[in-house]
Design a binder for this molecule. Structure first.
Ligand code: PEP
Ligand code: MG
Length: 557
């Protein structure tokens, strides 16, 4: 047995075989060829070899996974024999006199792009299959070993690191948990894992490598421990812990439908953070009273191209309808820094967290912003939607964002389309500047939501992506808590609501502090709602409590 200690990114126990994702940074050679016939023969031989590999995988999967899952490998075999595919390869090699690798890359791009533009979601998903088989073919052409591991149900996914879009792309029905060599607990990857309710451990270090692939493993997401080839004693302990957690969950279920009210009568709403319609289902099953942060960028991260107004409208509408009258706060596009979608072609920057990100990109590319705002306003006719702007630091930014919202509204009114004229426009307080001028911003914003992940990073000058400076990114720092308190006071003086939607909202050691500050709503990952409700209901503010400026957290020498 080998024990690796990392940082717990999402709680829970998971047991399963390790599937190590090796990312391939393919260099695809492009060269002119003289001997067309020889290159055609090379491409044909590679195709035959790839098809034979897929047949082996199919037979193995039949034995281990069953007919339904195994079918994928048959579909891939058919794709490699498909006339459109083979004729495209032949055409490029013959007419352009280019090598087989180039022909595979071009064919893959063209066919995958064709599938992506289809209306039928099933056919759209085939684009991933085209890329997958083409990758296999390139491996054969370049003499690389194929990845022959099959993700079995209940696998623990391991990787050097996962990007937010890779995390979102994981099929959560097949994943027991995930572990990464790098990463940090406040990265978006970890946040998405928490929202998905998947146990996860990050920053496990060099002990985690491809050689762990296929090993049996157990993870404890709360303590951040990975056990490779766990012995009987560990397995018994993990089973016990798993049972405890199950019972705890069953006990918490009794709190569904109960108010989030402290013993002395202070109410603090509990909303959920979400990035997808699946998360909304999970929010509902955990009795969220609303969605406090819908990270709309997940839609962009999951797509291969800008999502159209109609596609966005359908998703926002479905979110609003599912929440049936409860508030759904949708944050406008917050892309950039660690959240990258290739098709945006964002310029490389020295300090991306301080660069062109979030609202700044929306101002820079108004057509993207207006498309999203139109979709949001249209969806507002179907439920209780509010819009929230990220990364606001100045009054002019808030005014400019409101100006774009008015433009979208005017366009829709001219077209005679339905929307809610009372839709609220709020802002995230995630820069120290916004917290400090929150008295001024509160005059023009309908509500505040404090993004403590970025607020901590910018206040303490500590990169949230960098696990090696974790001790400098102290979310309990007096400076962060004072900014939260200042923001809450200014919001209430102006008569607007203030929530917290950063990860700190889910920290039970601060629940009492937030109640004392009068925070109106905490928005947390769906699995954190019922434990926090329990915490609120056990708190009595009439008893002496911690000072709300965080000074009790300061460690004195
Ligand atoms: C935050 O910064 O606290 C926040 C909620 O936004 P994100 O984590 O998506 O940057
Ligand atoms: Mg943020």
């Amino acid at each position: 047995m080998k024990i690796l200690q990392g940082q717990g990114a999402a709680g829970g126990i998971a047991v399963g075989p390790v599937f190590f994702l090796v990312k391939k940074n393919r260099e695809i050679p492009q060269r002119h060829i003289d001997d067309v016939q020889a290159e055609l023969a090379r491409a044909d031989a590679a195709r035959a070899k790839a098809i034979a590999q897929l047949e082996t995988l199919y037979q193995e999967a039949l034995k281990t996974l069953g007919e339904e899952d195994a079918e994928l490998f048959q579909t891939h075999q058919m794709m490699l024999s498909d006339l459109d595919y083979t004729e495209s390869l032949t055409g490029i090699i013959t007419n352009e006199k280019m090598n087989a690798e180039y022909a595979v890359m071009k064919t893959s791009e063209t066919l995958a792009g064709m599938f992506e533009n289809m209306d039928d979601p099933y056919l759209q998903a085939r684009s991933a299959d085209v890329r997958d088989v083409s990758g296999r073919l390139l491996d054969v052409l370049q003499g690389r070993d194929p990845a022959e591991v099959i993700i079995r149900d209940s696998a623990i996914i391991a990787a050097d690191d996962l990007s937010p879009s890779e995390t979102l792309g994981l099929d959560r029905s097949k994943i027991a948990g995930f572990v990464t060599r790098e990463g940090s607990v406040n990265s978006h990857t970890a946040i998405f894992a928490r929202n998905m309710g998947i146990p996860a451990v990050v920053a496990l270090g060099d002990g985690l490598g491809p050689d762990c692939g296929g090993m049996m493993a157990a993870i404890d997401g709360a303590s951040g421990t990975l056990y490779l080839e766990p012995d009987d004693a560990v397995m018994a302990r993990m089973r016990g812990e798993y049972e405890n957690q199950k019972q705890e969950k069953a006990g918490l279920a009794a709190l569904k439908g109960q108010p989030n009210r402290s013993i002395d009568g202070r109410l603090m709403e509990l909303f959920a953070n979400a990035g997808s319609l699946d998360d909304i289902d999970s929010a509902l099953s955990n009795d969220a009273r609303g969605i406090g942060l819908f990270r709309s960028e997940s839609l962009y991260l999951e797509s291969k191209d800008y999502p159209s107004e109609d596609r966005q409208f359908e998703i926002y509408k479905a979110a609003a309808e599912k929440m049936a009258g409860r508030q759904v706060i949708i944050r406008t596009l917050d892309i950039g820094a660690d959240k990258q979608a290739g098709y945006f072609k964002l310029p490389p920057e020295q300090n991306p967290a301080l660069g062109l990100r979030a609202i700044r990109i929306c101002f820079d590319r108004p057509e993207i912003f207006i498309t999203q705002l139109r979709a949001l306003y249209r969806a507002s006719a179907f439920g209780n939607i509010a819009i929230m702007f990220p990364m606001i630091a100045s009054v002019w930014e808030l005014r400019q964002a409101i100006g774009f919202a008015s433009q979208a509204k005017e366009q829709l009114a001219e077209e005679g389309r339905a929307f809610s004229p009372d839709l609220k426009l709020g802002i995230m307080i995630e820069t120290p500047a916004a917290a400090i001028i929150s008295d001024i911003l509160a005059r023009e914003a309908d509500f505040f939501s404090i993004g403590t992940n970025d607020l901590t990073q910018y206040t303490l000058a500590a990169d949230r992506q960098n696990s090696s400076i974790g001790k400098y990114a102290d979310t309990h720092h007096q400076a962060v808590l004072r900014l939260i308190r200042l923001t809450a006071e200014n919001a209430h003086k102006a008569g607007i609501a203030v929530g917290i939607c950063g990860e700190l909202a889910g920290d039970p050691s601060l629940t009492e502090t937030f109640l004392r500050m009068g925070i109106d709503e905490l928005s947390v990952s769906p699995p954190a709602i019922l434990p926090l409700r329990k915490k609120i209901r056990e708190t009595d503010l009439r008893l002496a409590g911690p000072p709300d400026d965080g000074s009790s957290f300061i460690v004195q020498d």
